[in-house]
Design a protein around this ligand. Structure first.
Ligand code: GLV
Ligand code: MN
Ligand code: MN
Length: 420
């Protein structure tokens, strides 16, 4: 990547009405009656969203390719070729998610590339936008599927191992969506120079600082644990309270202790128990088995390790005190990732061209960018989340900030892809 340190004078214009209308249109794909959106990987809602994105690219005369794991690429050849300048984000959502997580980076990426193409014509560098097929881990017991595929970080046998709640394997779901699982490895790209991702912050920091744009320095590392607590089933009426080995009471004590550990470690340490299953789940039986998830994050690798280790120790200690057997299994363990300083500088200068001083921020949320950082010089731009809300139907960003972020993205892409 080459980038000068001179200020960027010209802010790239975009079609803000088209941008906002498309965000709205995309939010209808997978909209739930109860509120929020659910676009899970390889489902009809997901396919319909991908078709919409493909239609927008075709409308702009941009070459569309959808292959391997189903990532959808729009490509403009550069007059000088070389390694590509890419922008994008993920098309999938959590269950009951909002209209911007992932979708903003996809729609803004298309808008930025379309505006550049229509205003300035052929770039010198290859310029691409991508709708990444999956990031959230909301259907299969895996995540970052699309970005890991691009970064050549799929695990051997993953297509046959990863399953959804109904037991459908990734491979079977790919076939049902018209994709060949044997082709997954061909998603890898070794020719990406720069990857830029525009995303909503998903937390309250920008809003608290009154900042309209943020440039991300580091993405927090995440560990996902599965804790299984074994107790003893007994009669809910006849067994004395003092003689019980109640797995749910143990899991409840662990849940409180886990939150307390993160609280005492202090920001940016966070730990969340997000799922819990109880057996035999009967009103008159003392719970015998509980399985719950833990999501633990920190931006510092050492502190994150300490948090995860202490969580496991505390669960085991509580188990011992209550006569319960406890197993802690690590499902996923992703280290914090520092993003590229030179790309961050280009983004900061693009924000300045938009008249805004960007705040340097750390991302508590996980992003495709953290996987693509292994394959390309990677940077992220944040717009504020109203009330810090995300992963919920209320997720929103002021329209003028959506537009501002997209302009800054387009301006950074111009700086990178239209080098003389
Ligand atoms: C995805 O949004 C994550 O941070 O888990
Ligand atoms: Mn996201
Ligand atoms: Mn998300």
């Amino acid at each position: 990547m080459r980038a000068g340190a001179t200020p960027i004078r010209e802010l790239v214009e975009i079609d803000e009405r088209r941008l906002l209308r498309r965000l709205d249109d995309l939010s209808q794909r997978g909209a739930l009656e109860a509120g929020g959106i659910y676009r899970a990987l390889y489902t009809p809602a997901w396919s319909s969203a991908m078709d919409l994105v493909a239609a927008w690219l075709k409308e702009a005369g941009i070459l569309v390719r959808r292959y391997a794991v189903g990532n959808l690429w729009g490509r403009i050849e550069g007059s000088r070729g070389g390694r590509a300048i890419v922008t994008g984000s993920h098309i999938d959502t959590v269950r009951g998610g909002g209209a911007l997580d992932g979708a903003l980076g996809v729609v803004a990426g298309i808008e930025a590339v379309t505006s550049l193409w229509q205003t300035f014509g052929r770039p010198t560098r290859i310029l691409e936008c991508v709708a990444i097929c999956e990031e959230e881990g909301s259907r299969f017991d895996t995540n970052f599927w699309g970005a890991r595929a691009i970064a050549d970080r799929l695990e051997p046998g993953e297509v046959d191992r990863a399953r959804d709640a109904e037991g459908v394997t990734l491979a079977a779901a790919m076939r049902a969506a018209g994709l060949d699982p044997a082709n997954a490895v061909n998603a890898a790209r070794r020719d990406v120079d720069v990857f830029l991702e525009l995303h909503i912050e998903q937390g309250p920091v920008l809003e608290e600082h009154g900042a309209r744009l943020g440039v991300v320095s580091v993405v927090a590392g995440t560990a996902h644990l599965e804790v299984t607590v074994h107790g003893q089933p007994d009669h809910a009426g006849a067994m004395a309270m003092t003689r019980r080995r109640d797995a749910l009471l143990g899991a409840s004590a662990m849940t409180l202790a886990i939150a307390d550990l993160a609280l005492r470690m202090g920001q940016p340490a966070v730990a969340t128990v997000g799922t819990i299953a109880v057996e035999p789940a009967q009103v008159n039986v003392v719970p015998d088995l509980v399985r719950f998830s833990v999501d633990a994050r920190h931006t510092d690798a050492e502190r994150r390790r300490e948090l995860v280790t202490t969580i496991a120790e505390v669960c085991k200690t509580i188990g011992r005190e209550r006569g319960l057997d406890v197993e802690v299994r690590t499902l996923r363990d992703r280290p914090p990732v520092a993003l590229n300083a030179r790309v961050a500088d280009v983004l900061r200068r693009a924000c300045a061209a938009a008249g805004v001083e960007a705040l340097d921020v750390a991302s508590g949320a996980g992003h495709d960018a953290q996987m693509l950082a292994a394959a390309a010089h990677t940077g992220m731009l944040f717009v504020p989340s109203i009330g810090g809300r995300s992963h919920c139907p209320e997720e929103a960003t002021a329209a003028e900030d959506v537009v501002l972020g997209t302009r800054a993205l387009a301006t950074a892409l111009r700086e990178l892809a239209y080098t003389p």
